[in-house]
Ligand binder design. Structure first.
Ligand code: UFG
Length: 327
């Protein structure tokens, strides 16, 4: 069976659907601090899902799972993800992301489970020295969140050398969109991400969408990001899992579309997809935002056979339908 940590969260739950689509049986382990029981209930309608509520910071919680089930591979999403919060409260990030991952990896080694797909991030590269970013780009994360992800990647390398734990690390760029059947979608509280924030301004009367910074060194002054669709992301995880099974070799890949969109372009696309006027104001830069982050995903294409299929418009459409269903 496949164990998915953090499977009640945004990316974890869409990847869980990807594995269910492949006919796999899955176990989801989540403390429901940021994940949602409603998401688990929707997944249960889509296939065979066991849900265990537990926290990776308590090694007994995770050990129970390995005792009870025959686990073959772990897909590890559980962790805190907010860059700004990680700067203000690094302890929270190191304790959860690092200690939680160590508890998981040690339990895997103890129970002889030697395959893991890990949810990493382009934030491990830090301020780009060149774009698009390939996997060889220097790794100098500029916030504790990015540092936790880089440290976990390094721990995985050491655990491979010492214990034979094989890992695929997927370095995500900006994940966007929702399940195309609107069963699940992006649901963060508080919401900090661009696309859901734009769409919330459509439905919530007192909400004005805020653009953080219009004086970046880009063609229209706003930040450029590489928005990769969450269902394409799920396929990347299934391919990484299959690759690991076939090759039993550790590796790492950037997962992005290899093209960028500015905040203004995303806003304009959202206006045309929704057909609505959206209230907008411009504010100063948000701390810690790089001007441009675009992936070079050639390695994922060549070795995993993965390419992104869906466009930014596709992602905004499904995100809009999801947001609509919640209001
Ligand atoms: N933005 C706005 N207004 C908003 C929200 C975001 O203008 O209300 C801008 C940001 O300033 C940024 C862009 O939209 O320029 C994208 O911001 P997001 O918060 O959606 O995404 P980030 O690029 O900051 O973060 C994402 C993931 C992180 C990951 C990071 C790597 O959410 O987990 O990419 O760069 F670490």
């Amino acid at each position: 069976m496949i164990l998915i940590t953090g499977g009640a969260g945004y990316i974890g739950s869409h990847c869980a659907l990807g594995f269910l689509n492949q006919g796999e049986n899955i176990i989801i382990f989540d403390n429901l601090e940021n994940g949602h029981i409603e998401t688990i209930n929707s997944l249960k309608q889509a296939g065979k899902v066991e849900f265990i509520k537990g926290d990776l910071r308590n090694i007994q919680d995770i050990e129970e799972v390995f005792k009870k089930y025959e686990i073959d591979t772990v897909i590890h999403f559980a962790g805190y993800i907010q860059v700004e919060e990680s700067v203000k409260n690094p302890s929270k990030y190191y304790r959860n992301n690092i200690l939680g991952s160590l508890n998981l990896f040690d339990t895997m080694v103890k129970y002889n489970v030697k395959k893991i797909v890990f949810s990493s991030t382009c934030a491990i590269y830090g301020e780009p020295e060149y774009t698009p970013l390939d996997e060889k780009h220097p790794k100098n994360p500029v916030n504790p969140y990015g540092r936790t992800k880089l440290m976990i990647e390094q721990i995985l390398e050491d655990y491979d050398r010492a214990y034979g734990l094989k890992s695929i690390r997927l370095r995500y760029f900006n994940v966007a969109g929702a399940d195309s059947q609107t069963r699940i979608g992006e649901w963060h509280e508080p919401e900090t991400h661009l696309i859901p924030n734009i769409l919330k301004s459509v439905f919530e009367k007192d909400k004005t969408f805020k653009i953080f910074g219009t004086n970046y060194d880009t063609f229209d002054g706003t930040c450029i990001r590489d928005y990769v669709n969450v269902e394409d992301m799920a396929i990347a995880h299934v391919k990484a899992y299959n690759y690991l099974k076939q090759n039993n070799k550790s590796d790492y890949f950037n997962i992005g579309t290899s093209s960028g969109s500015s905040v203004k372009e995303v806003f304009d696309t959202a206006k045309s997809v929704t057909g609505k006027e959206i209230k907008v104001e411009t504010l100063d830069r948000r701390e810690g935002d790089a001007a441009i982050l675009i992936a070079n995903s050639e390695k994922a294409k060549n070795k995993l056979g993965w390419i992104s299929n869906k466009t930014l418009e596709d992602s905004i459409k499904t995100a809009y339908l999801w947001e609509k269903s919640r209001h």
